[in-house]
Design a protein around this ligand. Structure first.
Ligand code: MIC
Ligand code: SF4
Length: 636
């Protein structure tokens, strides 16, 4: 990684360890962010640690996920988070102000700084040259308290961009193309660093679309250089002082280089039900569409919304289509209102939603039964939309808008000339929905307010080195955190209530799982490749913990989920021989025995002894032996 931008930022923030890919490093985090769906847990954990005022350069608490207030629960969570922000010295971005990643890019991101966020799409900030990581709430809580963030030192994959995007083809197609090459597990243990002549042709919001969906590659992070385009973006945001030029050395050593000629790309779509099931839009021509959703932290910049508006201008959406538009931030919404873009969208038939995650996390707008939904979002896992049999395709705003008009999946190339969107010369900067931190004296007087739905964090038990247990669930490859702990309008209000949430654990995979786990008094889960991909929600570890899960034995794990399991006090283990996945079945009684130094383990099923790999660092061993990170840090 010598001479890469990633190495330069890592070096500046290295607290301990060596920059050798695969080894553990500890990094100083300059900034943190939380969103509300993971935030309540993060602040409960932060409070349990008792560290007092945040010790970072900047910490922001956003409310953007659970904004449907169909009961008191979400509003109580917002109030709790707002009172924590006031008490502990954070900025608070109020509901309606926008999606955390979009607002952070606009208002707080600083090239060269590090950021950790309790949301897997935190690397969006790589679009502005930050090295940003998604993590579980506990890791964010530790960083807020001034503690370091420990990760496996990543390999750096260089993505060399050349050429210019053709008309109608967009940044979304760049990352969809990369997903088609690398797959949803190709990025595990890697940072994708973009460089080359093609970089200067992409705006910061376009770069952010690409770094945002780097999460779908399973990557540790993604980053663009900070250049003249970044300077222009920061000046536009009236933050010119935040700019620093940053790039890799010309002879930087990448672990691997992927070449993408932007001019050779075409419009792409990720087909149901995985972000890497990518096909050219031209091959999907003629599929009837029921719903089109434009928005999410991937594609809701002013340019995205304005382009959709120009395409839809003076037209009407097809009779069979419901079109929603959710601008990524209030800044974008106000600018679209002033420029007339919003009026064009509304006149064409768009249903305008508030600036929040909305349909992306299943908070309303679930498609009809078996419905085809075209979304500019980043995830199309089965059931995530709230409709189990919906067929969700991930596309660019251009494909979405054109298809909303025709009523069928349509390649914009067949739609005529791409309309030009004149870049806005300036934008109204109004931070009146961001409440700044109070002074330490004022903060001391704030009382944290907890509603009746806010329950304490479940805590783990010290690891038993030998235990007789049973396999209470066996699942296949690419299990997502949406499978483990679903989201959506009916369940999300209970993110602060683990006992209630536990009823829905693995509900879509095996509706009997929760009841079985309780009846059997817990046990182990067996999984395939890339177990726990997707979101950073630590609920996917805390809820199984609550249900008595002691260990998860898988062929391989996704990075953030692996860390969340250890933090919760659940032992993640991999098969030394992946073929042994077939040697354990649901219901098998087994004995799990760890080597004394936890360097390996053996799972005995009947006569068969299966060797398991632990791969824990010394610190991870201590965390597991203590019963989780909270216990390890003395937080309970
Ligand atoms: C998501 O996109 O799945 C979420 C909702 O933003 C999550 C966080 C969560 O589960 O609250 C994420 O990506 O980390
Ligand atoms: Fe929100 Fe969706 Fe982005 Fe997650 S992926 S932060 S739910 S917009």
């Amino acid at each position: 990684m010598r001479g890469t931008l990633t190495e330069k930022i890592l070096k500046k923030h290295l607290v301990s360890g060596e920059l050798v890919p695969g080894s553990e490093i500890a990094l100083r985090m300059d900034q943190t962010l939380t969103q509300d769906a993971t935030g309540t847990m993060a602040y409960l954990e932060y409070e349990a640690m008792g560290t007092g005022r945040v010790k970072t350069e900047l910490s922001v608490a956003y409310v953007d996920h659970n904004t449907l207030q169909s009961g008191f629960e979400n509003a109580d969570d917002h109030r709790y988070i707002q009172s924590c922000a006031a008490r502990y010295g954070l900025y608070y971005s109020r509901p309606g102000n926008g999606i955390c990643h979009q607002v952070h890019l606009e208002r707080f991101g600083i090239p060269g700084k590090t950021l950790i966020g309790s949301d897997s799409h935190t690397p969006t900030a790589g679009g502005i040259g930050m090295l940003a990581f998604g993590a579980g709430g506990l890791d964010v809580a530790v960083a807020m308290g001034g503690g370091e963030y420990r990760i496996t030192c990543p390999k750096v994959t260089g993505v060399r961009l050349s050429g210019r995007l053709p008309d109608w083809v967009s940044a979304k197609d760049v990352i969809l193309y990369l997903l088609s090459v690398e797959t949803v597990k190709g990025g595990v243990g890697r940072v994708y660093e973009y460089f080359g002549d093609g970089v200067s042709a992409l705006t910061v919001p376009e770069r952010a679309t690409i770094t945002n969906m780097g999460a779908e590659l399973g990557a540790t992070s993604s980053i663009f250089p900070s250049d003249a385009v970044t300077a222009e973006f920061l000046a536009f945001q009236q933050r010119p002082e935040a700019f620093t030029p940053l790039s890799a050395d010309s002879d930087a050593c990448y672990d691997r280089i992927i070449d993408i000629d932007l001019s050779s790309l075409t419009c792409l779509a990720a087909c149901p039900h995985s972000p890497d099931a990518v096909k050219p839009v031209s091959e999907l021509k003629g599929i009837k569409v029921d719903q089109v959703c434009i928005g999410s932290c991937t594609n809701s910049s002013l340019f995205d919304i304005s382009l959709a508006a120009e395409i839809l201008s003076g037209r009407t959406i097809a009779d069979n289509v419901s079109l929603t538009v959710s601008p990524g931030s209030r800044q974008v919404l106000v600018a679209a209102a002033k420029s007339g873009a919003l009026g064009k969208l509304i006149s064409a038939g768009a249903r305008v939603l508030e600036s929040a995650c909305g349909p992306c996390i299943g908070m309303g707008q679930s498609p009809c039964s078996g419905g085809v939904s075209l979304r500019t979002f980043n995830r199309n896992f089965r059931g995530r939309s709230g409709t189990a049999d919906a067929q969700v395709y991930l596309v660019s705003p251009a494909v979405a808008a054109v298809s909303a008009i025709t009523g069928y999946i349509t390649d914009p190339a067949s739609f005529g000339k791409m309309p030009r969107v004149a870049p806005a010369e300036s934008i109204e900067i109004n931070d009146n929905m961001i409440i700044p931190p109070l002074s330490p004296e004022e903060a001391e007087r704030v009382t944290v307010v907890r509603g009746p739905n806010i329950f304490p964090v479940p805590t783990g038990k010290p690891l038993e080195t030998v235990s007789d247990t049973q396999c209470i669930l066996k699942v296949g490859d690419n299990i997502t955190t949406d499978h483990i702990m679903p989201a959506g309008a009916k369940i999300l209000p209970y993110r602060s209530n683990i006992p209630y949430l536990s009823r829905f654990c693995f509900a879509a995979v095996d509706p009997d799982f929760a009841a079985r786990a309780v009846e059997k008094g817990g046990g182990i889960i067996v999984g395939g490749v890339n177990y726990g991909q997707g979101s950073s929600r630590e609920h996917a570890a805390l809820v199984p913990l609550y249900l008595g899960v002691k260990a998860v034995v898988a062929v391989s794990f996704a990075r953030i989920h692996l860390a969340n399991l250890i933090n919760a006090g659940i032992a993640p283990l991999t098969f030394a021989d992946p073929a042994d996945y077939d040697s354990v079945s649901l219901g098998d009684a087994c004995r799990l025995s760890f080597a004394e130094d936890l360097s390996s383990a053996v799972l005995t099923v009947g006569e068969k002894e299966i060797t398991l790999v632990t791969g824990y660092t010394d610190r991870q061993k201590k965390i597991l032996l203590a019963g989780g990170l909270l216990a390890f840090t003395g937080g309970r």
